[in-house]
Design a binder for this molecule. Sequence first.
Ligand code: FAD
Length: 397
Amino acid sequence: MTNNSVLGSAFFISLNIVIVGCGLGGLTAAYKLGMAGHTVTVLERATALGEVGAGIQITPNVSRLLHRWGVLNRVGNVGIRPLGLTFLRYQNGERVGYTPLGDHMDRNHGAPYYHIHRADLLDILYDLARPYATIRLDARVVSVDPSAPTLTLHSGEVITADLIIGADGLNSMIREVVMGGPFPAVPTGDAAYRAVIPVAELENDPELKTLVETPQMTAWIGPGRHIVMYKIRPKHVNLVMCHPDRGAIESWTAQGDIDTMRHEFREFEPRVQKILSLVPLALEWRLMDRDPIPHWIHPDGKVALLGDACHPMLPYRAQGAAMAIEDAAVLGVLFSRVSDPAQIGCLLSAYETIRIRRATNTHMASRLNQKTFHYEDGPEQQARDASMREAMLRDSA
Ligand code: FAD
């Protein structure tokens, strides 16, 4: 660490912070901690950066931060601002619910809602972080000594740090260090196909055109499965098709079988059948979850977790990356005035206290949506749809 700056009579120090993982959470943490004056290194095992998958929803809790960091205009330039989310009954496309987004989000939540390609968001966060951090690719961390603390890379290189942030995702090895042993992810019972199709293909069909002529998100909800469709770029539509897991593998890059995919959704309305016939290939992966962990910091107080490493959640509230970005924002604020390395432990505990309940509540709410989205035909589903219809009427009154 080095003495960094003087403000009035207080000396601030620059800590040597190593972040493991260059995903959406790690990059945001690199930006915030680097901006706070620390020396930040990001270690990423991949040899090139790139987000697989496709769409990501940027809810107002995140767009507010992106605005504060001066990059929301970039999101607006490449992303889509949806007017609303329409819930349709799976069998006949009957409209059972509508959540206004568009201006409603600005009015009621103080910031807009966007859809964006994950790679576009990654680029924006990378550009934010790059001036403030050294980003090392092909740098897989194979072990950590939490007391020193030090990290060892697959090359054998040993790196020392004042503070280590584990932003290494669902299968985090830093979490094992923090928890003192393995804490395996559990299958949720669901898997998801993911595909991107050109908007033009939908526009060629008068029945499908209405689904994309205004920026809207559409969700068909049915027993045990649902489909969400929204534009992520002006010319591309993202489809996420969640269904019961029948042995999908836990990978972001595995190809699913297209015929099996179409069969999974065979009871969905005719427009869905047409849309699925336009999908040439789809990724498929098993959706994993973990019970919330009780602490995010190693007892020695120099290693902490962030993002999916400590709270992987089902994507059913579109909040996984949002929570990772919020974690990073809080860390950045807390570490913006460090005058003594002895403060690291207290600041990390404040971080955990501020974040753990919110992330856990969001995690649990995502699990609840798995249940409510997927009710079998019957009384629970009818009650859900009745309350959505009521809310729709209330909102439009
Ligand atoms: P990751 O993005 O997983 O990044 C971890 C990084 O660490 C990776 O780059 C990995 O290579 C690296 N790494 C791992 N181990 C090591 C090691 N040993 N050494 C060095 N590097 C290592 N969230 C939203 O907010 N909105 C959405 O709309 C949304 N939609 C989703 C849809 C689906 C279908 C899914 C599955 C998820 C969705 N999410 C969404 C959740 C979101 O994608 C994740 O929560 C988010 O990407 C987590 O970011 P992260 O930085 O914590 O982890």
